[in-house]
Structures are given as C-alpha cells and as structure tokens.
Design a protein around this ligand. Sequence first.
Ligand SMILES: C[S@@+](CC[C@H](N)C(=O)[O-])C[C@H]1O[C@@H](n2cnc3c(N)ncnc32)[C@H](O)[C@@H]1O
Length: 330
Amino acid sequence: METGKYINDLLSGYQKSLIILTANQHKIFDHLEGNPSSAEDISNVLKLSLKGAERLLNALCGLELLQKRGSLYQLPANMASYLTSSGEHSMNQWMRLSSDLFPIWNQLPDFVQNGKMVKRIMDVLGTDPERMENFTDSMHEKAIKATEMLANELPLGNARSMLDIGGGPGTYALEWAKKHPDLKATVMDIPQVLEITKKYIKKYGLEDRVATRPGDIGKDSLGEGYDLVLLANILHMYDADWAQTTLKKAIAVLKPGGRIIIHGFCADEALTGPLEDVIFSLNIGLLTEGGNAHPVAEKVRWLEENGVQEIRHFRVTAIPTGVVTGLKAS
Ligand SMILES: C[S@@+](CC[C@H](N)C(=O)[O-])C[C@H]1O[C@@H](n2cnc3c(N)ncnc32)[C@H](O)[C@@H]1O
C-alpha cells in the first residue's frame, strides 16, 4: 500500500471505530432490526438531531454495515446477527467495552509517560451483575471457536481429569468434557464468576463431570492429580513473577506425563509482533498493574525450568492468540 495512504488510514482509524460505537450507543442497530426506516423516523424515535443522524447513517452505509434503499436505511440479516443486542452472534458487549475503553486509550500518552495503569479492568467492566453476565456470555461464544482449534491441534482424548485455572464461564472445560465422555473437569475462579459458570454447567447438562473450585489462584490450593491443566487468557493479566509462580504451582498439581496448556496473548522474541499481541500489551498496561503479553520464549523457559518437555507453540485464529504447551516429565 502507498505509504501516505497507509499512514492516513492509521490516523483516521479512530473515526471508523467511533461511527460504529456511536450507532450502538444510540441503539440504531436494534432499532433497524427488521424495521427499515428513514432518517426522519430514526431521529424522531431515538431523539437524535436529523442532521447528525443522517450523516451517521450514511457513514454506516459507507462502512457497509447498513444499506440504503430509496430513503430507507436497512440492516442486512448477516449484520443484525452481530450488531443487535439480541443477535445470534451479538457483539453488543464487546462494543460496550470498546466504548468504555475509548477514554482510557485517550490517556495512552500518560501511560507512556509514567508507566502507570489508568483504570482497573474490573472497574471498567463494572459491578453490575447483569452486565458481568452478559459479558461472560460473549466471552463464552468467542472461546468456543478457540476450544475447537486447540482440540484439533492437541491430543486431549486420554486425559481423565482437567483443571481450568481462571476458567471464567468454563467454556474449555465444558466443550472438552462434552467431546470426551471420560473427562472430568474442575473450573477454578473467584466465587462471583463461578455463579455464572454453574449456569453454564447446567446448560451443558454436565453437573456430574464438571465441578467448580472457588479460590484465589495466587493464594489458594489448586487441588492435585490432574492429567490436563489449562491457563487460558489469565497469565497476561498479571506480571511475570505472578505468571511464573502460578505456572510452577500449576505444573506441581499435574500428574507425571500430564499436559499443560497456556493460551493467551504472547509476543514474539523481538516483542514487535504479532500486531494484536503488541497492541494488547498496551491495552492490558492501561488496565492492570502488571499485565503483559508475556513473550513465547519466556513461557517456554518457565515451562522448561519446571520439568516440562515436548514443548510446542502455535497460534489460533479464532481469537488471534498463541498457545504454548508441553508434557510434565514422567
Ligand atoms: C479473561 S478471563 C478468561 C476466562 C477463560 N479462561 C477464557 O479464556 O474464556 C480471566 C478469568 O480469570 C479469573 N481470575 C483472574 N484472577 C484470578 C485470581 N487471582 N483467582 C481466581 N480467578 C482469577 C477472572 O475472574 C476471569 O474469569
């Protein structure tokens, strides 16, 4: 791509983000679901200025999120599925989170200046239980694709007991237990989150094989004797010391020959890619005290130091993140 155009696209990138986030904030996608409307109707019902609404609607057409037929704007079915709050693949909570992150990213110059977190992630997600549950639902949907990709790459069939550390909704434990009838799994997380996990366990009908274990990963026991231990999207929330200590603790509760899987953002050796991971390092720096996309090489070293062998690394595309895995020495 021509250099000037590339830089220009980078400079105006926030404008495209704000167009879709503003439409979501004013509930334009929900309003248009099955209800093609004129700019006048939309501005009247949603109490917007005609001038502003019309310009936003036209820009949404330019972004190919909406279509215009005569004077009517409509939301195509494939977009409705992702953009409305009730859509099958609703990204509504991700859009809400992106809106909440916007003012925090505006403080990037301060973070770069002083290296200090701007706002704690849990304060961004809010203390509203309904929102937390909605957010966990959308996390679950994203994770399902990742569970398939990991399972396609790794032989998990022989595992009989699994610990899902910081398991959230328990997606990995539930999907793999569903696939392997001999697998029993434990999802460890904080008590508030496990209340949501229990609903998922019930939904999957796996109460007899998937259990919950409330606790603080850093302070509490992880149990013992697992064939498979998973840490998905958790190590990057903490600093290298915490991550290293947690990995040591996780490997200690694994049976000899058992598999450990780390899934999450991880930078390459030069720390300059993959792009999603290096941007995530900034994002998590704004939202946590020590979080980082700890590089692959560091994770490999931590595993080796604790007797893990046959270590390999691969990427999954569903959530563009890396996997580092290996077997505890027999
Ligand atoms: C980003 S979510 C990942 C959830 C799930 N593993 C996934 O990938 O879909 C991180 C989870 O770790 C949990 N968590 C973070 N710190 C924790 C701690 N110190 N003790 C227990 N759970 C923790 C959070 O409550 C949250 O559910």
